[in-house]
Design a protein around this ligand. Sequence first.
Ligand code: SF4
Length: 300
Amino acid sequence: MSTQSKEKTPVNGANDGFLEMDRRDFMKTAALVGGAAAMAGTVPWAINEAGESLMPAHALAQSGATSSYPLNKPEHVIYSICLNCHTACSLKAKIQDGVLVKIDGNPYSPMNLLPHLPEEIPLADAAKVDGKICPKGQAGVQIANDPYRVRKVLKRAGKRGENKWQSISFDQFIDEVVNGGDLFGEGQVDGLKDIYKLRDPELSKELAADSAAVAAGDMTLDEFKQKHADHLDLLIDPDHPDLGPVNNQFVFMGGRVEHGRKELAKRFTYSSFGSVNFYLHTTICEQSHHIASKMMTGKT
Ligand code: SF4
């Protein structure tokens, strides 16, 4: 084998700067790719105008190229989703010694690599190819390993505003949230079991309809109270049926809850617990432009 054939050619497109292949291997692969492109017209590039090797991801994945990059082996890769914004990119999390050390785009996903790898490419080959992902997505490593990230349940250990906390077990947290009690030495605090009062869906519908009728002036408050005399204890305030059932005292206040968790939390709050009070980050900060849009256009 000549000296020239031993030269290594850097390959762009994935694990830049780490992946090397024999020039002979590259020429063979490029010829194969070029032939396939001519026949099928599906391969967008083999070599760019500057003469640099630019290989389609699937050719790179199956090129047999060797690499010293330690994280391009399938045992270091977990495929997941980035939830750092609404886009929910597909990502590959790279793990070393059980620790997340790098995040890149999932090369199988058209969101993160164009053209993306076909599904038939084995995981072992796909591990060599990284899709793109934005800096905020890559910062997921810092978020996951942030020493200030709250990993345990914190319970207030002083007066409100004193900023005193104690960590408690998850089991204790569930027990206190569900059953309530004198949780802070300040008297009884209701648990979820105490405010999960209205449990009959048919009665719930009837109370809601009659409450709306009172608000619209189609039913008097006295008529409402007479009709529902046996169930007034289920309401927050029988003189204000528009406040709804005691169940509404459960308020879900999430921060930036992204898709998946959001749907689950909504289902629990609305459909299981029967509370209308579900708030997220965008419930407040985005509300202004939704309201302005509706007022200007009459449409939601
Ligand atoms: S990688 Fe960037 S664009 Fe994609 S979901 Fe994460 S933060 Fe959003």
